[in-house]
Write a protein that binds this ligand. Sequence first.
Ligand code: ADP
Ligand code: 5GP
Length: 193
Amino acid sequence: MISKEVKPKRGHLFIISAPSGAGKTTIAKAVLKQFTDMLYSISYTTRKPRAEERDGVDYHFISKQDFKKGIKKGRWAEWAEVYGNYYGTSAEFIEKSLSSGCDILLDIDVQGTFQILKHYPDSVTIFILPPSVKALRKRLEMRGSDSKAVIEKRLENARNEMAQKKMYRHIIVNDKLSAAIEEISAIFKKYRK
Ligand code: ADP
Ligand code: 5GP
């Protein structure tokens, strides 16, 4: 008898992007607590860890030399240079997860989303907006992890990123945190049915 191999259904790929400080990390962590079977793609970066960040949990922190080697070897499904540091997503992680039927969440910037959409056009893209640039500045200052100069750089980049929000399927304003979390949960539920 010939046994038919049953292939698992491919997983969904969700992407969230937002200008730095809009609350993407806070929201992603809260939503992932509700969807415990969803995998978070831990990016690779050459940025130095912040005080509360842990290697292998928030990011894989690697050297510029290793990152560049990764580019040559085609290790990244997408990569970008942001504020002088490199950030990339493991191509192997994405392919293995999706082909085994797992849903995954990527927290990447606009440049990265553009690259992923070329290979994975069905990705569900979500852009998180701050209520205003003024509120964004306040959040970056409150977070206390960046110097004044870096905050100015992040705000300038925020304006450029927000101008490209139309590329995304869903746009959410993170004014009241609980409401933003609920909106994202509703989007996840809709596609995961
Ligand atoms: P990102 O990951 O987008 O850079 P974070 O999640 O680190 O942003 O959030 C930046 C800061 O804003 C954090 O101090 C966080 O606690 C705060 N924050 C997030 N969402 C809200 C919100 N809706 N209202 C007020 N502060 C918020
Ligand atoms: P932060 O340094 O504040 O953690 O992140 C800065 C920016 O880099 C954010 O917009 C974040 O979404 C983006 N980012 C994080 N990981 C990746 C990644 O793997 N690829 C790309 N393209 N951007 C990333």
